[in-house]
Design a protein around this ligand. Sequence first.
Ligand code: CP
Length: 310
Amino acid sequence: MPKKLVDTKDLVNIDELTNSQILQIIARANEFKAGSQTTLPKAERFATNMFFENSTRTHNSFHIAETKLGINIIEFNASESSIEKGESLYDTVLALCAIGVDLCVIRHQDNNYYNQLINQKSITASIVNAGDGNGEHPSQCLLDLMTIKEEFTNFTNLKVAIVGDISHSRVAVSDAKALKSLGCEIYFSGPPIWYNSKFEAYGKYKTLDELVPNMDIIIMLRVQHERHKTETKFSKTKYHKTFGLTTQRARKMKNSAIIMHPAPVNRNVELADELIESKQSRIVQQMSNGVFTRMAIIENVLKNKELHDL
Ligand code: CP
């Protein structure tokens, strides 16, 4: 599928970026990791991080990334905002733009919430999607790609398994799209009821036992009980035994293969406790890379916004 080049004043889903733009963001994130300073022109800038769903990694790493870039952060607490008085998301962001906010990082429970904000004349701030429902999580995807590139240098022909609660995960969709576009071979696993036609375009379903010995990368995903409309039928033990990366399964991985997980992790459900900080795990590295990736994303959207504003 040809990729569309669009104005990247905003970053709301991973399809907006060409492979070349993805690689540029990763390269810039690597420079930040090596100690590079921002090349944003000197100016006073303001950001607000609007989280309507809970977050530890994404919220705090955007906060650190903004601080490292010298951006002033306007505190936003959804439950104390005028959203509680019935103000719409559009009107809230409009107000923030009017008072001088340059960047809104938004996590929201509704898929595609950003459609009401992007390409609107009065929404002058850059909008960065920090996760929408089970839609997309582009900054998680880019930090995953940075972590994979650090390990393997190239993406071509890498075999990647995306495993677990794929139908409720925004990471599954963003990672599958970008990894396939970059030349990886994608497979899915987990309870077959969570594999649906949305994923067929990216890769086939196989059992975890079929996949483990052949994969270069195993991305385990959290069971997202908060998104399940009906109670999951699996007990934690049964889920772990049938669909999880147990220590026994992990012993069958290639020596060069790595384990990833966007976290938070349900220990001993999708992943055995002792694998989280094991030699083959890159989970902590993913979290650290999140700061540098988000610095690169913010620098990129703000540079584009400033060109846009001229
Ligand atoms: N991976 C991720 O998005 O984590 P948080 O929900 O803690 O931000």
